[in-house]
Design a protein around this ligand. Structure first.
Ligand code: NAD
Length: 420
């Protein structure tokens, strides 16, 4: 089913990221933007896949609604847990944004929707927020993107990070999906939303304006484990561990600044749950229900070389309690140090530049990268590749996925050498 055609002429060329960055002044906070009026006229059909936390917990759906206003028409919600989906949908229908959900139908699978859809249901975008083990491969049942390309050629896709999860051997399969997306000229954005932070774009701007070459990236990601209630997160056989599931955001940001990683150089160590220093007192789930071999490491520390010779490092720590994470990324270039602090809660950027031994502090009030990533995607869909930037393509996100698997694998290999 082709997407409903756009009233005015829509540019047909695939949006390649022209600069790979956005002028930070163009990242306008959500509360200062009016819903768009362009492109597809008075209704913009969207299919949402997954009715969980990322979709209904305030991010994807709410940001899409904020961008499109009354034009948003959610034609289908796909989730095998149909009862749960019905509950969250009803809550939306009970709210003031009822027009978006008036005709929403719930389906267990995308195929069920395809079989039931009429031409008026044809979506302009499919927004995917289901767990990554159902997508990002060419294997039946885990090939959601390929199904979308088959049934809705020309539709635009947003897909949450990571692009997939599964055995290491499947990583190359994700690149095959990327190839299919590319060759079909499909507009596709992946949810590495930290790239859209104004602080991150300010770093990019300074690096580009001064033609700097990044020499080192140092990433530190401290999660507040006491607030991670999802049992799957603690189980490597389900979420594939804290680097692939969570540290991936900082692996991706490291790549965004450092460039391509030489995967063969990745080395890593971990502190495991059964080592003396690995005991945690406030795990909010019953970890004894998880097989010992599937329990996650408490600390993962990795270093690597970028292809241009620069060096990167990451320390991911499962140690903090409470709610707020503690995350920092440092980027060094000749004469410069950039330090991005607290990107999830209150993004702050410290910049040391030539001619000054002290850092300048930049604060970014009310910045909402989730809104900016959706906003940019919809602008590209409606107004063409010159109107906005997609900062994370599927192929690029596959490289981050490959990189996170390399870190996990390196830490497991070194563990075998150092622990029984
Ligand atoms: N960018 C971020 O900061 C961020 C934050 C949270 C989650 N995420 C990502 O969003 C995705 C979903 O996470 P979540 O926290 O919403 O999970 P969740 O467990 O809260 O919800 C997942 C939903 O998907 C449904 N589902 C399962 N299999 C499905 C299938 N085959 N088709 C359609 N729906 C299916 C489940 O029934 C559930 O309702 C993951 O990839 C996760 O990494 C990203």
């Amino acid at each position: 089913m082709p997407p409903r055609s756009r009233p005015s002429s829509r540019p047909t060329s695939r949006p390649t990221s022209r600069r790979g960055s956005i002028d930070p002044d163009l990242l306008v906070p959500m509360d200062k933007t009016a819903p768009t009026t362009g492109g597809y006229g008075d209704h913009f059909n969207v299919v949402f896949v997954g009715a969980g936390n990322i979709m209904f917990g305030g991010n994807l759906l709410f940001k899409t609604k904020s961008k499109l206003g009354p034009r948003l028409k959610v034609v289908a919600l796909i989730d095998p847990a149909v009862d749960r989906a019905a509950v969250v949908l009803q809550k939306k229908r009970d709210s003031f944004v009822v027009s978006a959900y008036a005709k929403t139908r719930i389906f267990k699978t995308l195929k069920d929707f395809v079989d039931a859809a009429s031409p008026e249901d044809a979506p302009q975008a499919v927004i995917v927020g289901c767990p990554p083990n159902f997508r990002g491969t060419t294997k039946p049942g885990r090939d959601l993107e390929l199904q979308i390309l088959t049934h809705f050629p020309g539709v635009c896709i947003f897909v949450e990070k990571p692009v997939a999860t599964g055995d290491k051997a499947d990583v190359q399969d994700a690149f095959a999906v990327a190839k299919a997306i590319e060759t079909s000229d499909t507009i596709c954005s992946v949810g590495y939303m930290l790239r859209y932070l104004r602080a991150v774009q300010e770093m990019k701007r300074i690096i580009q304006d001064n033609q700097l070459t990044v020499m080192a990236t140092i990433a530190r990601y401290g999660c507040a484990y006491e607030s991670i209630f999802k049992p799957d997160w603690w189980d490597k056989s389900k979420s594939f561990g804290p680097i692939i599931e969570q540290g991936t955001h900082f692996c991706d940001l490291s790549r965004y600044f450092g460039g391509e990683v030489d995967i063969s150089t990745v080395v890593a160590h971990s502190l495991e749950w059964n080592e003396n220093a690995g005991h945690l007192s406030k795990i909010p789930i019953d970890e004894t229900k998880i097989l010992p071999q599937n329990r996650i490491p408490r600390v993962t520390s990795a270093t690597w070389k970028y292809e241009n010779g620069a060096v990167g490092s990451l320390v991911h720590v499962v140690a903090l309690q409470g709610k707020n994470y503690s995350c920092e990324l440092e980027v060094y270039a000749d004469g410069y140090m950039f330090k991005l602090v607290n990107p999830y809660v209150q993004p702050t950027l410290y910049v040391r530049a030539p001619g000054d031994d002290y850092e300048q502090v930049h604060r970014f009030e009310n910045d909402d990268p989730f809104f900016s990533e959706i906003s940019n995607l919809i602008d590209v869909i409606e107004d063409g590749p010159e109107s906005a930037e997609i900062l994370s393509t599927f192929e690029d996100a596959c490289k981050t996925y490959e990189f996170t698997w390399a870190i996990r694998e390196a830490s497991e290999k070194s563990r075998k050498k150092t622990t029984k």
